[in-house]
Design a protein around this ligand. Structure first.
Ligand code: CMP
Length: 141
């Protein structure tokens, strides 16, 4: 059993038709999907999830965007899940993301950057707990 991380496929990527391609990329990169839900975040959920950024100038834009359409929330498992997922998705700003990364391939801009990834094991646990109960995290292998 590997480590866990928390990921989201954001509303821009789903609107642009990339949900399946991003799931495919995720599985091909060696991640097991332990939990997945297609939901629409309320503004309040987006504000709660991104509370750490509430003083930032982009907070309102971020939470409006994250509640603007469907999001797929994902709990992923892999050895070194947190750091490997961040490598798999690439830099926050897609213009700085390396070739072959999810953001380079599918993101639109810094604010609409296709996917999210937890930045530490501690935050991965908190973020998974935001959307999943333990009983919803099931490995099929
Ligand atoms: P994410 O990894 O989900 O974590 C916080 C998000 O805030 C980040 O991805 C970006 O989409 C967004 N973000 C970060 N910096 C900016 C910015 N300067 N302007 C707008 N959005 C930003």
């Amino acid at each position: 059993m590997g480590n866990k991380t928390y990921a989201m496929i954001k509303p821009d990527a789903i609107r642009n038709g990339y949900m399946g391609k991003i799931i495919d990329h995720t599985i091909n990169a060696g991640f097991k999907i332990l939990g997945a839900k297609l939901i629409r975040l309320t503004k309040a959920q987006a504000e709660g999830f991104y509370a750490i950024h509430r003083e930032r100038p982009f907070f309102s834009e971020l939470t409006e965007f994250m509640s603007s359409g469907q999001t797929m929330v994902l709990a992923l498992e892999k050895d070194n899940a947190v750091s490997d997922w961040r490598k798999t998705i690439g830099a926050t700003n897609p213009e700085e993301a390396e070739d072959g990364t999810i953001r380079k391939k599918f993101a639109t801009s810094l604010s609409e950057n296709a996917v999210h990834g937890a930045d530490s094991d501690e935050n991965a646990k908190i973020e998974i707990g935001f959307f999943f109960n333990d009983s919803e995290l099931i490995s099929n292998q």
